[in-house]
Design a protein around this ligand. Structure first.
Ligand code: ZN
Length: 389
């Protein structure tokens, strides 16, 4: 493609969310997305419903637990797990017989005369539901105690993003797709392009494409992180100045430069892609969503204005799910959100594993997939076909 043709290429922004052909899919822990596991429990049937509150009080004292469940459902009283949770050997608990349970309840002051003679065994949710979807399914089995996490529910429904933010993300992803179409040289392990964005103003900071034909570690995200390092006076690789491009500066861009936000590209041929300006603050969240969240890290909870790491608080858009090398580099650089289009054969943010939910990490980013998925898939197929020639 000639420079003239490239300059004529326009990225047409969507005008509203109804024009969006995609919906961001959060990559969440299976604990949030899979059905809550069930366990067998003993149920006693009350002879007289008028004794319900007395029976609940007595069983809660004799057999505490089940805080995630209502203790009574009509005439049915939740007594105890079938597996003996009072066993001395908790590593290999044994089944408790109904006679053992009667003796245990009796010894702890529970009035067995409140119940009919036969106990029932049923399955109930083993742990608390974490989402509304899980709570609804659990409630079909047994009444639950559930308090939704507003931030988590907004992530699941997609309401965490405003229409303006989604439109901005689409514009930025189209930029990344166009870059990948022009320049990406990757392999089955990792491919595509990476765009680092400042969520404070929605502006792109660096754009890089996979260039493993030039260096085995030059995956798109690795190059993008190195470009961010260069914008801060560092950088590892010898990307010669002639190979780096800082765009011709418009008035807006000069202002941006004064804020030390250089727009860097690799390879340099990407410099003539039309970069959209923005005043969209991607970080903004609706006032109603500033509630405490226990499951999802939030940008405004983790913001560190001193910026001790390369990409603290920045967002990254990737055409394809990153490999382990890129995902760990993004983690070490402290990006706060990652958006990608399509799964990668060796991807570690949803496909092979979910690296970002691995216990013991000292930083977590949030991840969404499905951004312009069809367009990303098409461009990956183009790149693959090109690489095979
Ligand atoms: Zn990679």
């Amino acid at each position: 493609m000639t420079s003239r043709e490239a300059k004529e290429l326009k990225i047409i922004p969507p005008k509203n969310s109804a024009m969006l052909s995609w919906k961001p899919r959060p990559i969440l822990s299976p604990q949030l997305t899979e059905p809550v596991p069930l366990e067998d429990v003993y149920i006693g049937k009350l002879k007289d419903r008028k004794t319900t509150s007395k029976a609940i009080q007595m069983i809660s004292t004799a057999r505490p637990g089940f805080s995630h469940l209502k203790r009574c459902n009509g005439f049915r009283l939740l007594l105890a797990p079938l597996m003996n949770d009072e066993s001395e050997d908790q590593k290999s608990p044994k089944i408790m017989s109904s006679d053992d349970l009667r003796r245990s309840l009796n010894s702890k002051g529970f009035d067995l005369s409140l119940l009919e003679d036969e106990f029932e065994i049923i399955k109930v949710p083993k742990r608390a539901a974490k989402t509304k979807i899980q709570a609804t399914k659990c409630s079909d089995i047994w009444p639950v105690n559930f308090h939704p996490d507003p931030q988590l529910e907004a992530v699941i429904s997609g309401d965490i993003f405003t229409t303006e933010q989604l439109c901005r993300i689409e514009i930025l992803m189209r930029l990344a797709i166009e870059a990948a179409r022009r320049e990406s040289v990757g392999n089955s392990e990792c491919n595509g392009s990476a765009l680092v964005v400042n969520p404070e103003n929605g502006e792109p900071l660096v754009l890089a494409c996979s260039k493993i034909d030039q260096h085995p570690m030059w995956h798109a995200a690795m190059l993008a992180i190195d470009l961010v390092a260069k914008s801060q006076g560092g950088g590892t690789w010898d990307l010669h100045k002639s190979n780096l491009t800082i765009r011709n500066q418009s008035e807006t861009e000069r202002k941006r430069q004064s804020n030390k936000n250089s727009l860097l590209f690799y390879p340099p041929s990407l410099s003539d892609i039309e970069f959209p300006c923005s005043e969209t603050k991607l970080l903004e969240v609706k006032a109603t969503r500033k509630n405490k969240c226990s499951n999802i890290p939030r940008d405004d909870e983790h913001r560190d204005t001193t910026g001790p790491y390369l990409c603290t608080n920045l967002w990254v858009l990737l055409v394809q799910e990153p490999c382990a090398l890129c995902a760990m580099a993004l983690l070490h650089s402290r990006v706060s959100k990652i958006f990608y289009g399509i799964p990668g054969e060796h991807g570690v943010l949803g496909s092979k594993i979910m690296l970002h939910i691995t216990p013991g990490l000292n930083h977590r980013y949030q991840v969404w997939s499905g951004i312009l998925e069809d367009e990303c898939r098409r461009v990956r197929n183009e790149i693959k076909a090109r690489d095979c020639i």
